[in-house]
Design a binder for this molecule. Structure first.
Ligand code: ATP
Ligand code: MG
Length: 340
């Protein structure tokens, strides 16, 4: 069985009067601009293939209009595709009937949007549990669960306040608390932090990572901010004009951008902060390891670079957490990677 929790296969979405008819043009290589100009249809997504691994954070990035929201909305079938398939835990989402779909959305997924719309006449607590179908538990237990998540997102003391008393950042926290109270194992976050001030945004990112450490949800996280993508994502998919230009772990995308678009995105990134020793090591293969400096495979370059500069070893020996040697890296290669 595949490890993918969510599997997206050959997914196409075309907006317009006759999407199926427009498919032929798209399959023949007509791009987004031409499809609009000549055929009056909008290319939303073209032939997207993506395996989203259980318990990981999959980031989807791209400029405005590249198809990010269209893609995430296919996962819980808020949008019907023109062609292709989406499976979650092996179940074809497109084959679900209304009842199955309702139950799937309720029990497996939770969504947080850019501006989480709270009901003005309900308190934080009421908003957190509003509309949530919490199976087989009493209202008292539902409240207890909600209160726990309200605390975890840093809103203790605000349970009985109304939205008008909350800042935008606090409202997003309520959105997150609500998604967590929902308890599904898939979290769909569409630019959930994008409207926040930088410091509050950083706080929210930290809260999400901290919670993820504990909860291990499958998170699909949309952003147009590369720093956020690199910080949050286990893997990153980059969309352009409805096409997935590249998908991979952050280090792969930084080291080997496949298109100019991706290259432009990653150009100014500080690589030392994103690349770990294990991403750039090679196999141990009879190299001379005398005097090699041991480095933890999960250390980012910027954690060990100062020591490399001061001690000047020729080689680094990369180790796992049990200090077993797992890879080799020459300082020459390290410096080339940092210079690129
Ligand atoms: N209902 C619709 N009808 C027609 N075109 C649509 C519809 N929804 C989306 N589109 C088009 O599909 C393309 C992808 O839109 P989408 O909202 O997925 O982009 P996005 O990457 O989420 O952008 P943003 O960063 O601005 O949120 C855009 O060209 C958009 O105009
Ligand atoms: Mg969007």
């Amino acid at each position: 069985m595949s490890e993918a929790k969510i599997q997206i296969k050959n997914l196409y979405k075309i907006f317009g009067k006759n999407p199926k008819g427009a498919m032929e043009h798209v399959k023949n290589g007509v791009g987004k601009d031409e499809l609009l100009e000549k055929h009056n249809h909008v290319l939303g997504l073209k032939d997207i293939n993506l395996d989203i691994h259980a318990q990981s954070v999959q980031v989807v990035m791209g400029l405005s209009g590249s198809g990010k929201s269209t893609l995430i909305r296919h996962i819980n079938r808020l949008i019907e595709p023109t062609d292709g398939s989406v499976t979650v835990d092996g179940d074809e989402v497109l084959k679900m009937n209304e009842e199955e779909l309702r139950s799937f959305r309720r029990s497996k997924t939770a969504m947080v949007f850019q501006r989480f719309a709270l009901l003005p006449h309900k308190t934080v607590l009421q908003n957190t549990i509003f509309g949530l179908h919490i199976q087989n538990i009493s209202e008292e237990d539902a409240n207890k669960s909600a209160l726990r998540w309200i605390e975890r997102v840093g809103l203790s003391g605000y349970e009985d306040k109304y939205p008008q008393h909350l800042s935008g950042g606090m409202q997003q926290r309520v959105g997150l608390a609500r998604a967590l109270t929902n308890d599904g194992d898939i979290l769909l976050m569409d630019e959930a932090f994008s409207a926040l001030d930088p410091l509050i945004r950083k706080d929210m990112q930290d809260i999400l990572l901290e919670l993820q450490d504990e909860l291990h949800k499958t998170v699909v996280f949309i952003t147009h901010d590369l720093d956020e993508a690199l910080k949050i994502g286990d893997r990153i998919a980059i969309l352009k004009d409805g096409i997935m230009d590249q998908e991979g772990i952050p280090a792969e995308i930084l080291l080997n951008p496949k298109t100019k678009y991706v290259k432009d995105f990653v150009e100014d990134v500080n690589r030392a902060r994103v690349i770990k020793a294990k991403h750039i090591m090679s196999e141990i293969n009879g190299q001379d390891l005398s005097g090699a400096m041991p480095i933890d495979q999960d250390d980012f370059i910027d954690r060990f670079i100062d020591k490399v500069i001061s001690d000047k070893p020729d080689n680094l020996i990369i180790q796992d957490k049990d200090k077993k040697n797992v890879g080799f890296l020459s300082t020459k290669k390290l410096s080339e990677i940092l210079k690129r």
